[in-house]
Design a protein around this ligand. Structure first.
Ligand SMILES: C[N+](C)(C)CCCC[C@H](N)C(=O)O
Ligand SMILES: O=C(O)CCC(=O)C(=O)O
Ligand SMILES: [Fe+2]
Length: 456
């Protein structure tokens, strides 16, 4: 039954993400699903209680076993009889557990290593005490049993480990694989505009955690978020960013305030148009977040371009998986060479254009900067040719006019961009244009989000 509900929830979210619905709609439907799930859980608990009262409790007591694999069949039959929700068996190389509609496999060394008893784990510091290197790599439990919520394993030295079944489900490979590390809404200009994502307002943003939480929630979902009503000064911009995270100082400084004076050896410091790109792609770890605040512009042009590169990467994956594969595996070098008298820098970053988590293929970072991309010399010529084809397809997706969100930054309106996901660019301009901002450390932004109860 739970599997069925999970499937329906999953199906609904897939349908929802392909239809253009606002975040509000998504959360309303999620809340409804959660309610259905809750009432089902109550029903299941009642059924379990009735089952227990009607004498099945004897079968459960028979679950105590001596761990030999010859016993596993008997064990499976008994557990299957006592509860529809949990069933396990000790296979030669792993423990197979089926619980909550999920079939999971746990390696025995992993199980010993993840013992949360007081001697193995310090629950005050959340740190492991157990010396992993002391575990026999051929270890197997001597005894095992399960009750309503807990699996008990007795190890050869007599040590007993208890695992909560929900903890196992949440922390299993199979459980991790089917849920996104970070839920997001992929967008085209139209999807983003119709979602009507509100900007945070400066006063509330500074004083109220709920406003900060909403702001971060939008930032995590869309990769961009705005604060409005900020005093048009570098100091106020700095104050706003410090509400979210720590500033990441780079060779451009801590807070920067720049015009088209070519004070640095980079096109950003001119009046020229800049095609969509990620910044600091030439760092081994590109800056996680970029903040922009336009303090002044007396002239024409200079609009900011924003493109959701995860949306574009997803289109490549759907249409031509082999191109996605190339973009996520071929290592590419980006480089920054600055040779001005006051500034000498040489930065190198190497990594694929699309970076994915290896266990679930979820995209977590894109480096895309054709200006700063350096010599390709990490793969043979035939792979180079296929890579160029793949890169062309990604570029075509990134350049689709319906993926381009154009905004004119105004004094008072601070823009936060997820530099691992959303590309930025700008239109050429005339006149005096002054932009200030900074980079933020990604870990600290996510830390703030998690401390407010968000999944990040
Ligand atoms: C933002 N700020 C003005 C400080 C620097 C701009 C750096 C631009 C560089 N080409 C890059 O993409 O990393
Ligand atoms: O001038 C702008 O709007 C942005 C320039 C740019 O790409 C940058 O500073 O990173
Ligand atoms: Fe940039």
């Amino acid at each position: 039954m739970q599997t069925l509900i999970h499937c329906i929830t999953l199906l609904l979210s897939v349908v929802l993400s392909s239809v253009r619905l606002s975040w509000l709609h998504v959360s309303v439907i999620n809340a409804l699903c959660a309610r259905v799930l809750l009432s089902l859980q109550v029903t299941m608990a009642l059924i379990r209680l009735l089952t227990r009262l009607s004498g099945y409790v004897h079968l459960k007591q028979g679950l105590e076993c001596l761990g030999a694999s010859s016993q596993s069949t008997r064990l499976q039959q008994h557990t299957a009889a006592h509860s529809s929700s949990c069933n396990y068996q000790l296979l030669p190389d792993c423990l197979e557990l089926s619980y909550g509609g999920l079939v999971m496999h746990f390696d025995y060394v992993w199980l010993r290593d993840h013992c949360r008893s007081a001697s193995c784990y310090n629950s005050k510091t959340h740190q492991r005490n157990l010396d992993t290197a002391s575990i026999d790599l051929n270890i197997r439990p001597l005894k095992s049993r399960v009750d309503e919520n807990t699996l008990f394993l007795t190890w050869p030295d007599g040590h007993i480990t208890r695992y909560s079944l929900t903890w196992l489900a949440q922390n299993s490979y199979e459980g991790q694989k089917r849920s996104a590390v970070q839920p997001r809404i992929l967008w085209s200009a139209d999807i983003y505009s119709s979602a009507q994502v509100p900007s945070a307002s400066w006063d509330k943003f500074m004083s109220c955690d709920e406003e900060l939480k909403n702001f971060l929630n939008n930032f995590l979902l869309y990769g961009i978020a705005f604060v409005e009503g900020v005093p048009p000064t570098l100091e106020a911009t700095e104050t706003a960013t410090q509400r979210v995270s720590l500033i990441r100082e780079t060779m451009y400084g801590r807070m920067w305030n720049f015009t088209s004076d070519f004070s640095r050896g980079d096109t950003a410091y001119t009046k020229l148009a800049l095609d969509r790109h990620t910044d600091t792609s030439y760092f081994q770890e590109p800056c996680g977040i970029q903040v922009f605040h336009c303090l002044r512009h007396e002239g024409t042009g200079g609009r900011t371009l924003l493109v959701d590169a995860f949306h574009a990467a997803d289109a490549v994956l759907q249409r031509t998986p082999e191109n996605f594969e190339l973009l996520s595996h071929v290592p590419i070098k980006h480089e920054y060479v600055e040779n001005l008298s006051e500034h000498r820098n040489h930065m190198i970053g190497i990594g694929p254009v699309i970076n994915v988590y290896p266990w679930n293929n979820e995209v977590y970072m894109i480096r895309y900067n054709n200006y700063d991309r350096s010599v390709i010399n990490t793969v043979p010529h035939d792979v180079v040719r296929r890579w160029y084809t793949a890169h062309r397809q990604l570029t075509a997706e990134l350049r689709r006019p319906d993926n381009e969100l154009w905004v004119k930054l105004k004094p008072g309106k601070v823009l936060f961009i997820d530099n691992w996901r959303v590309l930025h660019g700008r239109e050429s301009f005339t006149g005096l244009r002054q932009l200030c901002g900074c980079y933020l450390t990604r870990d600290d932004v996510l830390n703030t989000a998690r401390s407010l109860g968000l999944q990040a």
